[in-house]
Design a protein around this ligand. Structure first.
Ligand code: PFF
Length: 449
């Protein structure tokens, strides 16, 4: 159970959940996918899927947390009318969040490194920028490990302070700061005139010929990753929700903030890219660590300031997400074994740290061959296992649980009063049938595609 003094405030919940959602996914998965898929058609598709599928499933996961008011394993145990033990096992999908944290913090470490170098001179052309990034991950293991370790200690320190004094407090200043930094960069992008217009056109004028079945599934996968679903983050935060919160309104705010920040990041990134004629189809790390850095270098001192703002906003987005990956399992260990928070975090920390180092070593040239799994680097294998397997499977199990196992009247009391009977029935239908079909389609595509 959760003491009243370790529950979120209403705004704290929205910011913490938005902090979990807004992360590295918004910064590079979203702009990269938009860039590779011709822009706005992808955004429209993404918005439609977010509202028709991800929103529905998100409310279901939040309902498990709020009705169970415990960690995911114990909530499922408490809420299942029968086969309690079997259902509670599904709670272990939250290990997926710990696995994500291990490689995710390595990337946040790279971002920290780029903040530091943004105080000096940035690489002036693409080949120098490519060499800098390639050199960092493949030969400068000391910097990678130091930056990863710094991020690791900050994240674990915040989680060690608990929901109210750690997670809520951090999100309450980091999320608005992130927003202000992005807003400043957006204002600056306006001054690029044509570059900004091209970026806006690229992001907002639809080109439906790009939409294919495959794209639908990729967009859905991104929506789930971006909303931190299927691995326990949503139910865990929702368990600390104050009574009487309008979950519909909170969820809509979270989704809105997530999309809005994704679009702001997209506008900023593509304005720079268009203004300097760089390639829009560059992927992930290439877009941010290579293309953008060279563009910042062209702007002299303003570029340094912009680079610092940009990488600090990514750092904040990453940290607020990483803490939401650690809290679910820590909360379980505390409840199940009566561990102190510190002890639970030391255990999770050892595991996460070792895996993080393995991920870093899987890019380091002298050890890369030894740190590969199923023909992929440890980093890519963990990303694949979590994003493509654990998150969708977890999300489908939780939706099934809400749609077919959980007491409908309890859901109606929690949600129905804020959405009205007709909408409640529509939502209930969608969580039973639309969400599982959509996720199964992603699953099958991931396996055979
Ligand atoms: N939503 C985060 C992002 O877009 O970067 C990633 C994430 C956070 C995944 C929390 C899973 C999680 F539990």
């Amino acid at each position: 159970m959760i003491g009243a003094n370790d529950k979120f405030s209403k705004i704290g919940f929205v910011l913490a959940m938005a902090g979990s959602a807004v992360g590295l996914g918004n910064a590079w998965k979203f702009p990269t996918m938009v860039g590779n898929n011709g822009g706005s058609a992808f955004i429209i598709l993404y918005l439609a899927l977010t509202f028709c599928v991800a929103f529905v499933a998100f409310l279901g996961e939040a309902a498990i947390g709020k009705l169970g008011e415990s960690d995911l394993v114990h909530s499922l145990f408490k809420l299942a009318p029968k086969h309690k033990k079997q259902w509670s096992l599904a709670g272990f999908f939250m290990i997926g969040a710990v696995l994500i944290a291990s490689f995710y913090m390595v990337v946040i470490g790279w971002i920290l490194y780029y903040i530091i170098i943004s105080f000096g001179s940035l690489p002036a052309d693409t080949s120098a920028a490519g060499a800098l990034f390639g050199g960092l991950i493949s030969s400068d293991i000391t910097s990678v490990v130091l930056c990863f370790s710094a991020v690791f200690f900050v994240v674990f320190y915040i989680v060690s302070r608990g929901i109210k004094n750690g997670i809520e407090r951090l999100n309450i200043w980091m999320m608005p700061t992130l927003f202000v930094l992005l807003l400043l960069m957006l204002f600056y992008s306006f001054t690029f005139g044509e570059g900004f217009l091209k970026a806006a056109q690229f992001l907002f004028v639809p080109n439906f010929s790009k939409i294919s079945g495959e794209l639908v599934l990729q967009a859905l996968g991104l929506a789930f990753f971006s909303l931190s679903m299927g691995v326990g983050a949503v139910p865990t935060y929702a368990a600390s929700l104050p009574d009487g919160t309008n979950l519909i309104k909170s969820t809509l705010s979270i989704i809105f903030i997530n999309i809005f920040i994704g679009l702001m990041m997209g506008l900023v990134v593509f304005t720079f890219i268009f203004a300097y004629g760089a390639d829009t189809a560059q992927s992930g790390p290439g877009l941010i660590f290579v293309s953008l850095t060279t563009l910042f270098a062209k702007l002299g001192i303003v570029g340094n300031i912009l680079a610092i703002c940009f990488f600090v906003s990514l750092l904040f987005a990453g940290i607020t997400s990483a803490i939401s990956m650690i809290e679910p399992f820590a909360f379980y260990l505390i409840n199940q074994f009566k561990f102190t928070r510190a002890k639970a975090l030391v255990l999770i920390g050892i595991f996460t740290y070792i895996l993080g180092i393995f991920s870093a070593l899987s890019f380091y040239a002298p050890t890369a061959d030894s740190f590969s799994l199923f023909g992929k680097s440890v980093f890519d294998a963990l990303d694949y296992l979590t994003s493509n397997i654990m998150m969708p499977v977890g999300a489908i199990i939780f939706s099934f649980f809400v749609g077919f196992v959980l007491n409908k009247e309890a859901l109606n009391i929690l949600l129905g009063r804020f959405m009205g009977r007709a909408f409640f029935e529509l939502w209930y239908f969608a969580i039973r049938y639309v969400v599982p079909v959509a996720i199964c389609a992603i699953g099958i595509y991931q396996i055979v595609g």
